[in-house]
Design a protein around this ligand. Structure first.
Ligand code: SF4
Length: 423
């Protein structure tokens, strides 16, 4: 680390990483839900179950609070005079905000389902897991990924089946009341590679009726032309979670993915999709993500993954390993913050060196990962030209989306926001 000292807790990226790695104790003075914060959900993302906070610098964060390791964290969150503070021995208290809980979290769909069982905000985007549980969890000899909690939690905080109408209703409420710009659809593995068939009806309606940015996170389909079809449909992001770049470790951590697809197929899909940017509708931005988990292989291997992903024109999503309660890896230790810093520094620098469009989607703050653009706090390199280019892209995209949403809201038959609020 060059300019970043491990004691500089005014650095928001360092603080976010340290909370991911050490967790947070919650003082009895905290009144999270009474103060308008979000209930701690065992969300289906498989990696997150914590307290949603906004750190200084506007970094949205999901801090682990329920796991064993979080109980011995040096960080404590305390409520004083209706404000929230992170405290740690020898460190001046740091004020944080609770991520606001939207009103629609307390409403039901017209079919009678609590809206949070259809989709929830993760940071500032809507995450939907529309189908049944990943089938690796249903085998007699389970082959689920060892860090994953999806099969433990589905049905607790989330409904197993969600109709397209229900998802549209929740996404519309989230658009109008929470200002979301992006919906992320996520599935696990299903025999017969049905995951894209399941998602397409949802995607079509979200694009046609709400005009939101849409992302898809599934295993890699063997017919790569399916991604050309998604591109034409207006999908904006495809993400492939291969988690681990070291082939031997991949096999240990993700036995189902290894057996069914293999690491190479994930990499082929990332490589292929990264070429599709110029072939779809010009009004729809397109990014390909390769997703990895740092902390389950050596940092050098995570850095190799970052360099490979960016070399093919894709953007890495890097999660920090969290040993979630009840998972196969619940007894492992989370990684050390100092091991994570070089990984996230490289994440930012590699994206900027390759001229990749990071931080361009309006109002997309992600709490479960440290975003590539948030890694700038860990680097002393400036990348002035690329930063200016990304800002320009962001402004253009925001303006074009605003025009699109105004057009859709003015369409005959579109429900008025007042009518929706009265439901
Ligand atoms: S593929 Fe792995 S990470 Fe994804 S839901 Fe299934 S078990 Fe979990």
């Amino acid at each position: 680390m060059e300019n970043v000292t491990t004691l500089d807790w005014t650095n928001p990226a360092l603080l976010k990483l340290d909370l991911f790695c050490k967790g947070l104790r919650v003082d009895d003075s905290c009144l999270v839900e009474e103060d308008g914060g979000r209930k701690i959900l065992r969300t289906r993302a498989g990696l997150g179950s914590g307290l949603e906070l906004v750190l200084p610098g506007g970094l949205w964060t999901n801090a682990p609070v329920t796991e064993r390791f979080a109980q011995k964290s040096p960080w404590l969150i305390r409520r004083r005079e209706q404000r929230y503070w992170l405290e740690r021995d020898g460190v001046a208290p740091i004020e944080v905000k609770l991520s606001p809980r939207p009103d629609w979290y307390d409403r039901k769909t017209t079919s009678g389902k609590p809206m949070t069982r259809v989709g929830t905000l993760q940071g500032t985007y809507l995450g939907v897991y529309p189908a049944k549980v990943c089938e690796y969890w249903l085998e007699d000899d389970k082959s689920n990924c060892k860090f994953c909690s999806v099969g433990l939690n589905l049905g607790l905080d989330d409904d197993v089946e969600k109709s397209v109408d229900e998802v549209i209703e929740v996404a519309r409420a989230a658009r109008r009341e929470s200002g979301i710009t992006y919906v992320d659809f996520n599935t696990g593995h299903y025999e017969g590679e049905t995951f894209l068939d399941i998602l397409e009806p949802y995607i079509r309606r979200v694009k046609e009726e709400l005009g939101l940015l849409v992302g898809v996170q599934t295993p890699p389909h063997s017919d790569l032309r399916r991604y050309d079809r998604l591109r034409k449909m207006g999908v904006n992001r495809v993400s492939f979670c291969f988690e681990i770049f070291d082939p031997v470790r991949f096999r240990e951590v993700c036995p189902g993915k290894h057996r069914q697809y293999g690491l190479e197929r994930y990499l082929d899909a990332v490589r292929y999709c990264a070429t599709l940017g110029s072939s779809g509708p010009a009004s729809e931005p397109w990014v390909t993500n390769g997703e990895i988990i740092a902390g389950l292989e050596p940092p050098e291997s995570s850095i190799r993954a970052i360099d490979w992903i960016t070399s093919v024109g894709a953007i890495p999503t890097v999660c920090v390993f969290r040993p979630l309660s009840g998972t196969d890896y619940s007894n492992l230790e989370p990684p050390k913050t100092e091991d994570m810093v070089p990984v996230f520094k490289r994440l930012y620098e590699a994206c900027m060196e390759r001229g990749l469009p990071i931080g361009c989607a309006p109002n997309v703050h992600v709490s479960l990962v440290l975003l590539p653009e948030e890694g700038r706090y860990l680097s002393d390199r400036k990348f002035r030209w690329q930063t200016a280019k990304n800002r320009l892209l962001a402004t253009g995209l925001k303006m074009s989306l605003n025009r699109r949403w105004r057009r859709l809201e003015a369409r005959p038959g579109a429900e008025t926001p007042q009518a929706v609020a009265a439901q």
